[in-house]
Design a protein around this ligand. Structure first.
Ligand code: AHN
Ligand code: ZN
Length: 330
């Protein structure tokens, strides 16, 4: 009896692991089974990692919460068996503040010369300068979606990498000081590119001299309910094939409603220095919403970027897609 139940459970689990993709044959659309090769991404676990970061408070560089959360990220990566590199750098912000920044890198299978790079920013913005209430403009954001979502998905990816080794080595980088860009209320903003300071630094000073990867995937704001990801323009310019690989995989897994098959505009983000300076073809999976004036979620850079805007379904769609891309790679 127990044996039969186990067999039945295995059969049902294998059904769950398949998704229906759509395929056009002789001008008619047919469903075909796609067999997932990656282990299942656990969205409860990813959600927990997002919530855990938010609970530290805003992760603004030079604060206690930033220090405590950074320590947590290092300890998690170590627990999941990664070789961890910490890159510390003093980086000058738009207003002259020196940010004690910390890029955190977890390497899986570090001796494998063929590598995939996965990244997200872990800092949060010190200003809610898009908040409808001007009183909040100097209040830090909570960064549930803007920061913690990408890191949360990647921590769950890290947990799984430890359990089953893919063909390629994987590096996960949590970049610091992405979101300290010049605020809207700053009138005499000095020229220069003040976003993405941590990734700019790493791209010029990689943790391993001459570091290369086959390709890179950036996750930014990947937790909102019903998020939509368009094929971002800079990603297409530098890494067209990777965009198609990722969006095609999402479609195969049944996540086409999130990974929209349409071109999007260009967004300044951590994939820019990785493409331009490190020359690793890299894409940005970033939520774009044409119904808001910012183009991002309505709560973007406001005091409302909290856990109520995080959906396990979206985390699952993104996490399973990234895992599938990693485990399919030969
Ligand atoms: C700019 O707003 C210039 N770029 C979007 C990058 C970003 C900010 N991602 C999260 N916060
Ligand atoms: Zn931001």
């Amino acid at each position: 009896m127990i044996f039969r139940n186990v067999t039945l459970t295995c059969f049902m689990m294998s059904l769950l692991a398949c998704s229906c993709g759509q395929k056009t044959v002789n001008n008619t659309t047919v469903s075909e089974r796609y067999e997932q090769v990656s282990p299942d991404f656990n969205s409860d676990s990813a959600y927990y990692f997002v919530d855990k970061q938010v609970a530290f408070g805003p992760r603004v560089p030079n604060t206690e919460a930033h220090k405590a959360c950074g320590d947590f990220l290092v300890s998690q990566l170590e627990k999941f068996g990664a070789k961890v590199f910490e890159q510390k750098a003093d980086l000058k912000a738009f207003d002259g503040t020196v940010l004690h920044a910390r890029n955190i890198i977890g390497s899986f299978n570090p001796e494998n010369p063929e590598r995939i790079l996965l990244f997200a920013h872990w800092d949060t913005r010190p200003f809610s300068d898009h908040d409808p209430d001007q009183k909040n403009h100097r209040t830090p954001v909570q960064g549930a979606n803007d920061g913690a979502s990408g890191v949360g998905v990647l921590l769950e990816v890290a947990r799984i990498l430890q359990e089953k080794t893919p063909n390629l080595g994987v590096d996960i980088i949590f970049f610091d000081a992405e979101d300290y860009g010049t605020p809207y209320f700053e009138e005499n903003a000095a020229g220069g590119d003040w976003w993405c300071l941590g990734s700019q630094y790493w791209a010029k000073n990689p943790h391993i001299p001459g570091y290369k990867a086959r390709f890179g995937i950036l996750l930014d704001m990947v937790g909102a309910p019903d998020a939509t990801f368009y094929k971002e323009a800079i990603s297409r310019q530098y890494a067209r094939g990777i965009v198609e690989k990722v969006w095609g995989t999402a479609r195969d897994l049944g996540y086409g409603k999130y990974f929209v098959d349409r071109d999007g505009g260009g967004i300044t983000d951590d994939h820019v220095p990785v493409n331009e300076h490190r020359r690793i073809p890299s894409i940005d999976i970033i939520h774009y919403d044409s119904n808001t004036d910012s183009g991002f979620g309505w709560y973007w850079h406001t005091t409302k970027d909290d856990m109520s805007n995080i959906s396990k379904e979206t985390l699952k769609a993104v996490g399973q897609t990234v895992l599938e891309v990693v485990y399919k790679e030969k």
